[in-house]
Design a protein around this ligand. Structure first.
Ligand code: PLP
Length: 423
């Protein structure tokens, strides 16, 4: 089908950024307020990033209007020729980027991807071995409040009490004792590389499937800064919105032998119509991730995280595993006399935004932070050292110190606006 491409103009009124402001000032205030908040404070939430204007343009396009149940060439709805092209582009780019025989780009989120992976390989009641939640497992790895904990029999592995590293001998022991149908490797807070080959060997030893939930490191994989789970896992689940810097969403990568089971597990088993605007935006994100600039970005993300972890340790925080291989740091602020929740509050008052998290073998909560967003803004090692110093001022219970830290955070983020303009 011939496509006429025109630049946004009066003939493409959907691209008018002022439409929301004119029509719904109440919501415009919220949206513009959030855009301001994001650029006026330091975004250290490990799962967040700033997508590009091109990704946001695809998200805000009329592809959002299109119903497209099914897969390219086999849809339940008419008029899908162009969105079929969008999905084929997204799938092809994901396959090339990660070296996967098959990619499904339809999962609405990381959790939806995990649900579909389980649906493809398991039956309710099956035993699954995954990282226990207190050690960094995700909700979908067996939390009682989640479908995973209700429908499957989860056994949790942990990390070594001394090093904080995955205890592969324990994983092997538990696998032999419980004979799980599947083993899941992946975490919300593990800062080190995962040894996918070791997991593969353990899974093969007990005849289990291996599911890699690479929601966090997949962007580093794209940039060649973390090991790729695709050659080892039967199914890889991921999000597209963390370090990978695409739109909010999920995807599944697998070998050809699981392609049909995975596709049917996504649609029609766990989802209805695909979100074509998000799929187009995923394709844009994959395209960006295939560039040399993204490879440099991914390596800078890790370099920044390493410097930040060392600098936070120098300020007195206890860093889990004594550092990081990735974008992610978990730390116990207790040596500074505060628990994770108090730390998050004081840091937020200074304009430093991050999460609390469970810390293995620690009673109070710790903090979890990452360098994906600040690195997208262009910050480098020198800024990471400065951020660690700002932590120290913000964490002291001293109103003047907090005010000073807030002003310094503002001055720092003003030099690195996420979208190239000072708001
Ligand atoms: C390891 C892991 N799996 C799954 C998810 C779920 O992703 P979503 O929030 O998109 O459902 C996350 C999100 O942080 C995650 O870290």
């Amino acid at each position: 089908m011939p496509v006429v491409v025109t630049a946004p103009s009066a003939s493409t009124p959907w691209a008018d950024p002022d439409a929301l402001l004119r029509q719904d000032p109440e919501m415009a205030e919220v949206v513009l307020g959030e855009a301001h908040r994001q650029s006026d404070s330091l975004q250290l939430i490990a799962a967040e990033n700033f997508t590009s204007p091109a990704v946001l343009a695809a998200l805000g396009s009329p592809l959002a209007n299109k119903y497209a149940e099914g897969y390219p060439g086999a849809r339940h709805h008419g008029g899908c020729e162009l969105v079929d092209a969008a999905e084929r582009i997204a799938v092809g780019r994901a396959q090339t980027l990660f070296g996967a025989e098959h990619a499904n780009v339809q999962p609405h989120s990381g959790s939806s991807a995990v649900l579909a992976a389980y649906a493809a390989l398991l039956r309710p009641g099956d035993t699954v071995l995954a990282m226990g939640l207190p050690y960094g497992g995700h909700l979908t790895h067996g939390a009682p409040v989640n479908f995973s904990g209700r429908w499957f029999d989860f056994v949790g592995y942990g990390v070594d009490a001394g090093t904080g590293l995955i205890d592969y001998a324990q994983v092997r022991r538990l696998a032999r004792a419980h004979r799980p149908k599947a083993i899941v490797c992946g975490s919300i807070s593990y800062p080190r590389h995962i040894d996918y080959e070791a997991f593969r060997v353990i899974a093969d030893g007990v005849g289990a499937y291996l599911i890699a939930d690479a929601a966090h490191p997949i962007g580093l994989v794209a940039g060649g800064a973390a090991p790729n789970p695709v050659p080892y896992a039967d199914i890889v689940c991921a999000t597209t919105h963390k370090v990978l810097r695409g739109p909010r969403g999920g995807m599944i990568l697998c070998g050809a032998e699981y392609a049909e089971r995975v596709d049917r597990a996504v649609f029609p088993f766990t989802q209805g119509g695909a979100q074509m605007h998000t799929i187009a935006a995923k394709a844009v994100g994959f395209g960006e991730a295939a560039t040399p600039g993204f490879t440099a970005y991914a390596h800078q993300v890790v370099a920044n995280a390493r410097v930040l972890a060392d600098a936070l340790a120098a300020e007195g925080l206890r860093i889990t595993t004594d550092g990081t291989d990735t974008h992610l740091i978990t730390a116990d602020p207790a040596p500074l006399g505060v628990d994770g929740r108090t730390a998050r509050g004081r840091l937020a008052a200074a304009g430093i935004v991050l999460d609390t998290c469970a810390l293995p073998y620690t009673e109070g909560r710790g903090i979890r932070l990452g360098t994906a967003a600040t690195t997208t803004q262009g910050m480098r090692e020198a800024e990471m050292t400065r951020i660690a110093a700002l932590f120290a001022s913000a964490l002291r219970e001293d109103a003047e110190g907090a005010r000073g830290a807030r002003a310094e955070v503002r001055e720092l983020v003003r030099r690195f606006p996420p979208y190239g303009t000072v708001s």
